[in-house]
Design a protein around this ligand. Structure first.
Ligand code: BEZ
Length: 385
C-alpha cells in the first residue's frame, strides 16, 4: 500500500471506530446489478441479505444497518468508479458485491488497497480467492472452478468422450470451462472445441450451427440470468436438445425456470444449492423468503443470506466495531456457517468449502439427484495468506 493510501486507510479506521463508539449505524455498500442480463440475480442477493438482517431485528453485531446502493450494471468499465463512490464518497463500512466476475475484481482491488471489508455474494472470479486474496476479502458463494470441476467428473462418468464447450468470453465463462476441462480430461475425456461470444451477447445461432456440425458426444456450458434463458430456448429450438446432451454449471437453470419452461426440462447441472435439499435450515429459509418476497428463492438469494450471516458472525466477534479487522476475520475463518445449502466453512483463501450437488430440472425445480463432489475446496491457486 502507498503511504497516502495507508494514511487514508488509518484515518477511515479511526472514523469507523469513533462512529461505532457513538452507536452510529453500520453503512453497508451494496454494489449489485439492477439493470441488464444479471438484474434479477442482484435483486435475489439483496433480498437474501435483507432477509437475514431483518431476522436479526435489523441489526448485526448490535448495530443498525443502513444500506447505500449502486447499480453496477455488470459493467467492468464502470466498476472502479462505482466502488470508489461507495468507499470514498459514501464512506461505507463494508462492501457487499457483486454478481459479475470482472466487476468483482475491481472491487477486490479497491478493498485490498483500502482495507475495507468485502463480502462477495456471487461473482466466482477465481482470482478473488486466488492471487487477489486478502485478509479482508471473503466469498459467500463459490469459485467459477468449483461447479465446472464437479461437472467434468460427472460427464466423464457418463462415458462421454468428446465435448464442445460454449460460454461468454470473460472470467466466469473461461474459468468455468477451465474447471470442467481439468476434471474431464483428467478422466480421459477431450474438449474438442471451445466456443464463445462476448458478454452479454445472445446471438447464439452461428455457434449452435457449429455445434451441430461438430457432432460432439455432449456440450458443457456456462450462462446465467437473461442470457441463460435465451440459450436454453435456442438450444431446444435448434433441435439440439434431442440429439446432443447439454450439461452446465447450475446457473443455467437457477432463477430462470419460469421463463425457460419445458425447454429446460431434464437438464443436468452442478451447483452448491438445489431446490429440494429438505434440511431444516433450508425449509425455514424457503418459507421465510417466500413469505417476505412472494417469490421462490434461488442460489443467489442463498448467497446473499449467507453474506449477511458471515458479516453478522464477524461483527458479533468485534462487538460491532468494524475497525477490528483481525477479530472479524478470525471469527469468519473459524465459523461453520449454517447455510440453507448445508453448513459450510471457508478455506484458507476465504472461499466456501462445500458440497456440489448434481441436480435435474423437473417442472419448475432443480431437483437434487446426488452429491457430485463432497466438501469441494477451490485450490486457491496463487493466494498467499
Ligand atoms: C460471474 O460473473 O462470476 C457469474 C455471474 C453469474 C452467475 C455466476 C457467476
Amino acid at each position: 500500500m502507498k503511504p497516502t493510501t495507508l494514511a487514508l486507510a488509518a484515518a477511515l479506521a479511526a472514523l469507523a471506530g469513533a462512529a461505532h463508539a457513538q452507536g452510529a449505524k453500520l453503512k453497508v455498500g451494496l454494489m449489485l446489478p439492477a439493470t441488464g442480463t444479471y438484474a434479477a440475480l442482484g435483486t435475489a442477493i439483496e433480498n437474501g441479505f435483507r432477509l437475514y438482517v431483518d431476522e436479526q431485528g435489523g441489526k448485526l453485531g448490535g448495530r443498525e444497518i443502513e444500506y447505500v446502493k449502486v447499480d453496477d450494471e455488470s459493467d467492468p468499465a464502470k466498476a472502479t468508479d462505482n466502488v470508489n463512490k461507495l468507499v470514498k464518497r459514501d464512506n461505507v463500512d463494508v462492501l457487499v458485491g457483486t454478481v459479475h466476475s470482472g466487476v468483482a475484481m475491481a472491487m477486490a482491488k479497491v478493498a485490498k488497497d483500502t482495507g475495507t471489508l468485502l463480502l462477495v455474494p456471487n461473482a466466482g472470479a477465481d482470482a478473488v480467492t486466488g492471487p487477489m486474496c486478502a485478509p479482508n476479502i471473503f466469498r459467500s458463494s463459490f469459485s467459477n472452478w468449483q461447479p465446472g470441476y464437479a461437472m467434468g467428473e460427472v460427464v466423464a462418468k457418463k462415458g462421454h468422450k468428446n465435448v464442445v464447450t460454449i460460454t461468454w468470453k470473460y472470467a466466469a465463462g473461461d474459468e468455468s470451462v477451465r474447471g470442467f476441462k481439468e476434471a474431464f480430461e483428467k478422466s480421459g475425456g477431450k474438449v474438442v472445441k471451445e466456443l464463445s461470444l462476448p458478454f452479454p451477447n445472445v446471438e447464439f445461432q452461428a455457434l449452435l450451427t457449429e455445434i451441430a456440425a461438430s457432432k460432439p458426444d455432449a456440450v458443457y456450458t456456462f450462462f446465467a440470468g437473461g442470457g441463460a434463458v435465451k440459450f436454453v430456448k435456442d438450444y431446444a429450438a435448434a433441435g439440439l436438445k434431442k440429439s446432443i446432451p447439454l450439461y452446465a454449471a447450475g446457473f443455467l437453470t437457477d432463477g430462470t425456470l419460469e421463463a425457460q419452461g419445458a425447454d429446460a426440462d431434464g437438464l443436468l447441472t452442478t451447483l452448491h444449492y438445489a431446490d429440494s435439499l429438505g434440511n431444516p435450515k433450508d425449509n425455514a429459509f424457503r418459507l421465510a423468503y417466500a413469505k417476505a418476497f412472494k417469490l421462490q428463492p434461488d442460489v443467489y438469494a442463498v448467497q446473499g443470506y449467507d453474506a449477511a450471516q458471515m458479516l453478522g458472525i464477524g461483527l458479533a466477534a468485534a462487538k460491532g466495531d468494524v475497525s477490528k479487522k483481525a477479530e472479524i476475520a478470525a471469527a469468519i475463518e473459524k465459523a461453520k456457517i449454517d447455510s440453507p445449502r448445508g453448513a459450510f466453512s471457508v478455506s484458507k483463501s476465504h472461499n466456501p468449502v462445500q458440497d456440489i450437488y448434481l441436480r435435474q430440472v423437473s417442472g419448475k425445480e432443480n431437483k437434487l439427484i446426488s452429491v457430485a463432489s463432497k466438501s469441494l475446496a477451490d485450490p486457491g491457486r496463487g493466494c498467499k495468506l
